[in-house]
Design a binder for this molecule. Structure first.
Ligand code: SF4
Ligand code: SF4
Length: 346
């Protein structure tokens, strides 16, 4: 009984740490520092069993034969700073965070796909995103472009509300890595440049540059929007904002607006349904359509299989590429995780 001397103290989960119970195992998420650990469902149940749980209660409930396991659980939780101990008189001074997610603007992120040159007026689209107070922009280019294109994009977005830009574009010899670094240093809204279809995959490994921008060369070829929708551990997000949003909204499509590579306005570029062309209509008009926000509130608890998955509140979602295309509540087709066996297929 390693914690005998503290046995009258109360176990409190730090308010920034969240539990998600899965069908065979659970997650404990550190929403402040980022990251998570797997924990057994037994431990998740213990930690969820109420706010007034003393160490002594644990020893008593689980008996002498389980004392070693309880000590191991506590060692793990203390060493990772998931829990702390409170006295009788201060145990109620650390309330859990109330689940809520609020955002002051209608749109906070956008994807602009860019295909054939001149397919739509990019400047108009960016100006409208600015009026909507969009802060995060992903641009996916499918045809080779020069440095001038990137320079123009950086200049067009320089004065806008957009705070961070990630650009995917095909590799070509004219995109000189040194010039890309200079551009990113000059226009620090560009946080990521991914050159796909490159001869080999590598990352620009310069400590100074990495603080400003990730410049990545990828052998993988991106030919159109159908490459989107992959669910993978690398894309999971463990911050408080994402965790809270996932309690109420869809973590991919909520507050998103997009253009496909031909300029058609959509919630996401991969969707079939378009809400007009940006040159002849506007983002605001599209947002007024009763169907535009239909998927914004589809949360993981409503989605088959995901609803029992321990990753459901840190996972990105996809509502376009589905296991059952006609069922908007079916599992993302490009997720190979099976929460019933806790294993990834590939
Ligand atoms: S819904 Fe799917 S295809 Fe659309 S942006 Fe999200 S992940 Fe990509
Ligand atoms: S099963 Fe659902 S929640 Fe779990 S990893 Fe796959 S998509 Fe995400």
């Amino acid at each position: 009984m390693k914690y005998k001397e503290q046995s009258q103290k109360y176990i409190r989960l730090f308010a920034n740490c969240f539990l998600t119970r899965g069908v065979v195992r659970s997650l404990i998420i550190d929403g402040f520092r980022g990251g998570f650990d797997f924990i057994p469902n037994d431990l998740c149940d213990i930690l969820s069993s109420g706010e007034h749980l003393r160490i002594a209660d644990l020893y008593e409930t689980y008996g002498v034969e389980n004392q070693e396991v309880i000590d191991e659980y506590l060692d793990f939780l203390f060493s990772n700073e998931y829990i702390f101990l409170a006295d009788d008189n201060d145990k109620d001074l650390f309330p859990a965070l109330e689940p809520q997610w609020k955002y002051p603007a209608t749109i906070n992120n956008a994807i602009l796909d860019i295909g054939p040159e001149g397919a739509y007026n990019l400047e108009k689209a960016l100006k409208e995103l600015d009026e909507l107070q969009c802060v995060a922009l992903q641009i996916r280019v499918y045809q080779k472009r020069s440095m001038d294109f990137l320079r123009q994009l950086a200049q067009l977005t320089h004065e806008l509300t957009i705070e961070q830009i990630e650009v995917f574009l095909p590799y070509n010899e004219l995109l000189d890595p040194i010039e890309l670094q200079h551009l990113a240093v000059q226009f620090q809204k560009i946080k990521g440049i991914v050159l796909h279809s490159a001869p080999k995959s590598y990352v620009i490994d310069n400590d100074y540059i990495k603080k400003i921008v990730d410049i990545v060369f990828l052998e993988y070829e991106l030919t159109d929007a159908s490459h989107c929708g992959i669910v993978n551990l690398e894309y999971f997000s463990t911050n408080i904002d994402h965790y809270m949003e996932s309690q109420f909204y869809n973590t991919c499509l909520n507050r998103k607006i997009s253009l496909d590579q031909f300029g058609n306005i959509k919630n996401c570029p991969s969707q079939q349904k378009s809400y007009g062309h940006i040159d002849r209509s506007s983002f605001r008009q599209a947002l007024e359509h009763p169907d535009f926000k239909k998927l914004w509130t589809v949360k993981k608890e409503q989605i088959a299989v995901c609803q029992v998955c321990e990753f459901r509140h840190i996972c990105t979602d996809c509502r376009v590429y589905l296991e059952e295309p006609d069922n908007m509540y079916s599992k993302p087709a490009k997720c190979s995780y099976d929460p019933y066996t806790a294993s990834w297929e590939n």
